[in-house]
Design a protein around this ligand. Sequence first.
Ligand SMILES: [Fe+2]
Length: 246
Amino acid sequence: MTTRRDFFKKGILAGAGLALMNNTFSSAAEPGNMNAGTDFTLPPLPYAYDALEPFIDKQTMEVHHTKHHQAYIDKLNKALTDGKISGVTIEDICKNISRHPLAIRNNGGGHYNHSMFWKGMKPNPGSVLSPSTTNEPTGKISDAIKSTFDSFENFKSKFTQKALTTFGSGWAWLVINKAGKLEIGSTANQDNPLMDILEFKGNPVIGLDVWEHAYYLKYQNKRADYINAWWNVVNWEEANKRLENK
Ligand SMILES: [Fe+2]
């Protein structure tokens, strides 16, 4: 079984410092998070390619993971080699992105974002059998969402709107911001809220890929349908872990 540490061994999240009541951003990388040279590798999915059906289809997952994510990793490794950069975590690359060229920003962001995206989803057979079942959060993330956005429905509506109105290719996020509060935002291309050059910053709790490559095969141009389907497979246990920094 793939452990969280294995999955993130190249620095993804690196503990991310997501304690809700702790206003600091953790910069500590877990031991083993350093890339020994330029060998970031594709993390395996924590489920089968068809496990998110019918919400996210098998072909999209397979192409997205083995082609798109792999391409970001290959280009990231090349850019690091070209820049003679080694011994860094992907999280530290993102946090210090102002020091790096665009190729590392685009492809390092792509690697970080997709790695957390895969773990942020999980199969939901209950919703398949009973489509009216809502995949609502539990635990601390549920409490935090309700105290920040009044209700889960209100949060869902605001997040959906942000994802829908993200122009072109990008990501919608729920983060813990510097003030220790939940905040919704979006980033363009493969940027993410860890990046020091962005105004919207924080530690990611949920990230939603709204590039067309994430949904076009099944949903064509209907981003709204993809977003509605994605809510069924949000992994709230993972969101709680990120929130509690476990
Ligand atoms: Fe993607």
